[in-house]
Design a binder for this molecule. Sequence first.
Ligand code: SAH
Length: 388
Amino acid sequence: MTDLPTPTSTPPKPGQLTFTAPRRGKPPRHLADLTPSERREVVESLGHKGFRAKQLSTHYFERLVDSPDEMTDLPKGVRDDLVRDLLPTLLTPMVQRTADDGETVKSAWRLHDGAIVESVLMRYPNRVTICISSQAGCGMNCPFCATGQAGLTRNLSTAEIVEQVVYAARSLRRGELAGGGDEEERTTPLRVSNVVFMGMGEALANYKAAIGAIRRLVDPAPDGLGMSARGITMSTVGLVPAVDKLAAEGIPVTLALSLHAPDDELRNELVPINTRWSVDEAIDSAYRYFQATKRRVSIEYALIRDINDQAWRADLLGRKLTARGKGWVHVNPIPLNPTPGSKWTASRPGVEQQFVERLRAAGIPTTIRDTRGQDIDGACGQLAASTA
Ligand code: SAH
């Protein structure tokens, strides 16, 4: 892989935030970047009949096909043209690693300009979740997250985000993901039921592309993949204006707020964006999101030994959440996953349990998040495009 162009982001200084992604060559235009009416316009401007747009969408979003050979309802010349102009290759598979007996698969993808992103596909008893990237790198610089340490290379386009899900859907159709209990479960074709924006990047800092991707995921086939909005989770450090904007879109995706500390002093260090929008402002925006969408919000909290796992912090978090209301939120603590160069480690099991119990005692539903793919650097906070 040494002949690949190297992405040119510089590692950020501690606490430094990067909002503007470096400008690089735009990825080629793709069907999944476009709304249904834009697709029609583009297809017509290329000299084809407008209804070809729908045929192409059916192949891509419904049949999950991108090879002209399989588009037999289109005249040969037309399909070659349309595929060349609207279904260019955006993601090239580099390396795949599996864990958890084949039920977790991490894929690294090379983008057209050599930038690398990763996605992680996970099979559970009743669902299949894909964790996708929205940026190459990340500008939010959380010191416990491997992605943040390398800085922001660039924003992904809508289609680069959608393609991660489409590749996964194709792979499931081919029966490539291991697992499943009984015979019926093993032989029923799987679908991607959940998409979480918890891979590389802060999706709300790449708002336009992220919301475009969400629309492609939830639009009914053949305009989009026809997924349920409830199966999609947008995870954010708490970019307050963007959270409010998302609440107003009318697409009830689940919101996850990466809080990690209930007090500004510590959160300023763990989640540097806190110096812009404080703990209270972030929690307020999450509460407004709940009011607007009626979707219960989740609070993410990576438990870091002796840093943020004290009983008083559990109590303070419980108070801050219940002060806003009841039944609007649940907490998802996750034991910190180790990352290179970080001195921090996961909380002791007894401390973790105590943290959970104190929140529950305050009336906050709390469940420890299952963590997958740690041994392949595929777990939360470990995606750094180190494909070795
Ligand atoms: N930018 C988004 C998505 C990031 S990854 C966000 O911050 O929410 C998804 C979750 O993994 C976030 O809650 C993030 O804080 C958490 N995370 C990052 N590094 C981690 C680590 N080393 N161990 C456990 N969770 C981590």
